[in-house]
Design a protein around this ligand. Structure first.
Ligand code: BGC
Ligand code: BGC
Length: 856
């Protein structure tokens, strides 16, 4: 894995003598070997022929034939291309007439996180008008816009954010879930959008998976009933208001087996038998397709080594032919490019397997469109397959009234901005929060707490709406937000403080647990920081974020005789035995979303000392009894969780003893001293900033044009695990990673002498001036070191990824106090530069691997 295969020998030798380079592409080659595995023998009889409630109508089928008979190949293929708003203009839409388009997580009109609903409608209207303008492409078929409203209309500042699915699973209340979906469809329609990429019906088997919280349960039972409820809430009922002007199209995702990959690996391989694929992972489709879901999103994962996007048996034979699904299959984020033999810009295999729409959210939509047209002409894709795909797309558009409806700006809920985050909507979200809370421990009936007392509220989750909302909250990863990004929302602390004020008690927020008057009770709010998708994958379930700060707090309250309540924010059950032992009461609050005040409704008594709301939530995921019990699921042959599926105390229940749980773990951590700085998302405490001359901004979105710096996220191995910066030159500018608090960080990892700052880099163009890599402290004048890495980069071929490693000694020797670093990484130039970066970390035991020699 030392040297890239693509590098010529000459350069390779040259580079090798100067640099320590690690090829980063070889992983792909390894994947290929794995995927050579063959599918198991299949048996179509495992799958049911569903009685789908939405039937075909002659009128619509005739219209489809009529439209098809008048369409050119170009127009047909354009229906099958779904680009993303960052990569197309309205003029592209006019010229090509895409059948649909999307905005990805944290992608907004004009790249502006604070775009107003009016800005969204304006874009929707412009895209729609351009799509029906036939002056350039001869087509007047209206386009449609899809978005990830996965816990409310979560890309919009001010929207109602419901608890993530894991919390909804704990409520086990399909009627409530239907209401939530209906509200979501309304808020989505305010912004002129037609289609929602939800529900996720993954049945999550291994909780290390970064998308565990997107699943309702580890068991198919709740998933099946919810799937049907959500589809009805979004689309309306087949026999009532189906896809009326109050409803949006839904997509059940991700077909199929996403929750059952090996080791909970996002986009990994599911090796279950076909029977299990149906019994466990297929149940959400039974519920949702029967209710009439009009689209299904193909999954990134493989089944026995073969990517689902290219699996004809599952997409066509099973889903369409056997189960009778007559809507369309949309791909996931360049998922087609992962099929063996495909690239993002060319993949007849996917269409031939049964994919109807390519989700192609990067700038390769154009070659993909052109290649697909050429492949139809060359017979690599049959015309019949294209006609089938386009028929399905048109069928959904006709059913949804996309042709008949007024344009986005004139629709029923368009521009009714009062609906976004409306009080009535928030009330439903609050109810969901209350019902989702699961009480795991309540020693001496500590809860509910009298609101007349002196209550100390502590922990980094206490007054942090971003943290309580998790991923898919304004931004894709849910990071980079402050409470101001959630107008109208309440933090957990705010909810407590409000009620305590009314009852005449005191609630004090304390960052570090210190207090003036000894509190009657301490509420500590902590848990996982936000993440989405593969960025949330774990090696084990040991909760150890925040350097155990919360644990010493819990213990110190205990020592002082202050009763302590843990409110644990997380996207999955985790091994928290130490925290359970150290708490008198412990509540799993999951990821409650924007209505943090729902928690006070349950844990506090009202001002008359009465219970307001009892606990209702029950575990829809078994709680692990060790850090490596990552796959413990209801109905397992041998089942030994700490707390079983369905567990959840109510007031007055006898407490179960969770006081002397085993605290040691045998898991071996892989290099515990690695300190990641950027791995797709920024790791605490580091924050990403762009600077140009003396100006700087914090990166809070996946694209920024800031003065002379252009920033955008790009994909290296998985989505958005890298970013690209383009510098225009003229002034020193670049990117840096700064300690959030401006407090210096101690970087003396292991033995600093043998530790290194490492990062992956890819140059896209030749640069025009020196490139500096710097590290410094708060007092920059006295504590800074810069390495000129121009010579190093000069030798890199363009468009290849390389790993660069710089010993920390190179910085410390030149003046940086490694115990007190505020900027761990700064890359800058005064010239023009186009460069991508990934995997920035501090790694121990790097002796002899430095790309720069500074050990004289
Ligand atoms: C996710 C999907 C999502 C899509 C569009 C993908 O990365 O896997 O769940 O719908 O992006 O944003
Ligand atoms: C990101 C993606 C991600 C998507 C949702 C996007 O904005 O840009 O990489 O996959 O949201 O899945």
């Amino acid at each position: 894995m030392m040297i890239q295969n693509k590098v010529t020998n000459n350069i390779a030798t040259l580079l090798f003598s100067v640099l320590m380079l690690t090829g980063c592409d070889n992983e792909q080659a390894e994947n290929k070997l794995v995927s050579a595995e063959v599918n198991p023998k299949t048996n179509i009889n495992i799958w049911p022929d569903l009685n789908i409630e939405v039937k075909q109508s002659n009128k619509i089928e005739e219209e489809i034939s009529y439209l098809l008979s008048r369409m050119t190949i170009e127009q047909k293929v354009a229906q099958m291309i779904q680009p993303e708003i960052r990569d197309i203009t309205v003029e592209d839409m006019r010229k090509y007439g895409f059948g649909s388009y999307l905005n990805g997580g944290g992608s907004f009109p004009n790249g502006n996180k604070h775009s107003t609903p009016e800005d969204w409608i304006k874009l929707a209207e412009a895209m729609y008008q351009a799509s029906i303008d036939d002056s350039l492409d001869g087509s007047s078929i209206p386009t449609m816009w899809g978005t990830d409203a996965v816990h409310g209309h979560n890309n919009i500042v001010g929207a109602t954010l419901f608890p993530h699915n894991i919390g909804l699973g704990a409520t086990n209340n399909p009627a409530l879930i239907e209401k939530i979906a209906e509200i979501t469809s309304k808020e989505v329609m305010v912004t002129g959008i037609d289609w929602v990429f939800a529900p996720t019906v993954a049945v999550v088997r291994d909780d290390r998976w970064g998308r565990t919280y997107e699943g309702y349960s580890e068991d198919p039972e709740i998933v099946r009933s919810y799937s049907s409820a959500i589809v009805k809430g979004l689309q309306g009922h087949a026999d009532k208001d189906f896809l009326s002007n109050k409803r949006v199209i839904s997509s059940i995702k991700h077909f199929i087996g996403d929750g059952g990959t090996e080791a909970g690996d996002d986009q990994g391989d599911n090796i279950s038998t076909e029977q299990t694929l149906f019994d466990i992972h297929g149940q959400g489709y039974v519920g949702g397709l029967t209710a009439g879901a009009q689209s299904v999103m193909a999954s990134f994962n493989s089944w026995h080594g073969q990517k689902i996007h290219g699996n004809k048996y599952l997409l066509t034979d099973v889903l369409k032919n056997r189960m009778g699904f007559d809507g369309f299959v949309v791909g996931d984020w360049n998922g087609h490019g992962q099929i063996e033999g495909c690239t993002n810009d060319s993949c007849p295999q996917a269409i031939n397997a049964g994919l109807d729409i390519f989700m192609v959210p990067t700038d390769v939509w154009k070659p993909l469109l052109e290649n697909t047209i050429a492949q139809v002409r060359a017979g690599q894709i049959s015309r019949a397959r294209i006609d089938d795909a386009v028929s399905r797309i048109l069928r959904v558009k006709l059913r949804a009234g996309i042709f008949a409806k007024p344009s986005p700006i004139a629709r029923k809920f368009s521009g009714k901005t009062a609906l976004i985050g409306a009080k009535a909507h928030r009330e439903v979200a609050k109810q969901a929060v209350r019902e989702s809370l699961v009480l795991l421990k309540n020693k001496n009936n500590l809860l509910p707490i009298s609101a007349k007392q002196n209550i100390l509220v502590v922990g980094d989750g206490a007054d942090n709406i971003g943290k309580q909302s998790g991923g898919w909250s304004v931004t894709w990863q849910g990071t980079g937000n402050t409470n101001d990004d959630f107008p109208g929302a309440t933090s957990i602390f705010q909810g407590i403080a409000e009620q305590v004020a009314i009852a005449g008690g005191t609630a004090t927020l304390s960052a570090d647990g210190s207090y003036q008057d000894k509190p009657d009770v301490a509420i500590v709010v902590y848990g996982e920081d936000p993440y989405a998708e593969g960025h949330g994958d774990l090696d084990d379930l040991d909760f150890q974020q925040g350097g155990n700060k919360h644990l010493s707090l819990l213990r110190s309250f205990k020592q002082q005789g202050i009763p302590v309540v843990s409110l644990f924010i997380s996207g999955r059950p985790m091994w928290v035995n130490e925290e359970l032992n150290a708490s008198d009461a412990f509540v799993a609050v999951w990821l409650p979303g924007s209505e943090g005040s729902g928690i006070a409704d349950v844990v506090l008594k009202d001002s008359n000392g009465n219970i307001q709301h009892d606990f209702k939530g029950k575990l829809s995921f078994s709680w692990p009894n060790s850090a490596d019990q990552t796959m413990v699921n209801r109905n397992d042959a041998s089942y030994s969780p700490l707390l079983p599926y369905g567990f959840g105390l109510t007031y007055g229940d006898k407490n179960v003893l969770l006081d002397n749980l085993k605290e040691s773990t045998t898991i071996t951590k892989k290099s515990p001293l690695n300190r990641e700085i950027f791995t797709g998302s920024m790791k605490k405490p580091w924050q990403l900033r762009l600077f140009s001359g003396k100006e700087q901004i914090e990166v809070s979105s996946n694209t920024h044009q800031f003065s002379t710096v252009n920033y955008r996220t790009v994909d290296k191995k998985i989505q958005e695990d890298a970013f690209k910066i383009t510098l225009d030159g003229g002034v020193r500018s670049g990117v840096k990673m700064v300690s959030e608090s401006n407090f210096g960080q101690d970087l003396r990892v292991d033995l600093a002498a043998e530790s290194a700052l490492t990062f992956d880099i890819k140059l896209s163009k030749n640069f025009t001036d020196n490139i500096m890599l710097s590290m410094y402290c708060y007092n920059k004048d006295k504590c800074v070191a810069s390495q000129n890495i121009t010579g190093l980069l000069d030798q890199l071929p363009l468009n290849e990824w390389y790993t660069i490693s710089v010993d920390l000694v190179c910085f410390s020797k030149n003046g940086v106090n490694l115990a007190d670093v505020t900027t761990a990484f700064e890359l800058s130039s005064a010239g023009q530069l186009e460069i991508s970066l990934a995997n920035i970390a501090l790694i121990p035991n790097q002796k002899g691997r430095s790309s720069i020699n500074c050990h004289h």
